[in-house]
Design a protein around this ligand. Sequence first.
Ligand SMILES: [Zn+2]
Length: 208
Amino acid sequence: MRSETERTTACHDCDLLLQLPASAGDRACIHCPRCGALLHEQSDQALHAGTALALAGMLTFVIANSYPVLVLEIAGNRNAATLWQTALALQRQGMAEVALLVLFTGIVMPALELASMLYLLLPLQLGRAPPGFPVVMRLRQLARPWCMVEVFLLGVLVSLVKLVHLASVRPGIGLWAFFGLIVLMAACASRFRPVQLWERYQACRIME
Ligand SMILES: [Zn+2]
């Protein structure tokens, strides 16, 4: 029979069922005995780091979308466009599907992911349970595979290399900011611990 001081948990990587103590006490981390995955973390370091990275990501996202991604010079004519202007130009040239794809992968999904992470992390950091926490957690899980800033940047780099023969092409501040955004989002995702967030959410609800 299961002891009252224990709780059953499944490893998120290898599905091994384990009995963990209800309170891990001073033990900083508990790892899965079969695959070594991190199952429990006592410190709030990941939560603090995740919040800081999500805030930095949001700032970088604003910079990436406010400055030109590429600067083109053809026969003395200088053209610089932000991602949003590029999508509009594509739409005007009859490539509505490509414009939609650029908009979706480069602007909408990263914005949604960053906003959802901040919505979940910031109130928990302040000891409050965000309203609709379970729905936002599930939506983030669903939306994550569609956030493809890396794929979008790869496309930009391929066109940059192809255009070099035709015109003078320089990467803009926006492109560098997008590179930074990829690193920040990956770092933030690596510190996103759903189990820890669910536990924190439960604790905040009890206290409210
Ligand atoms: Zn495991």
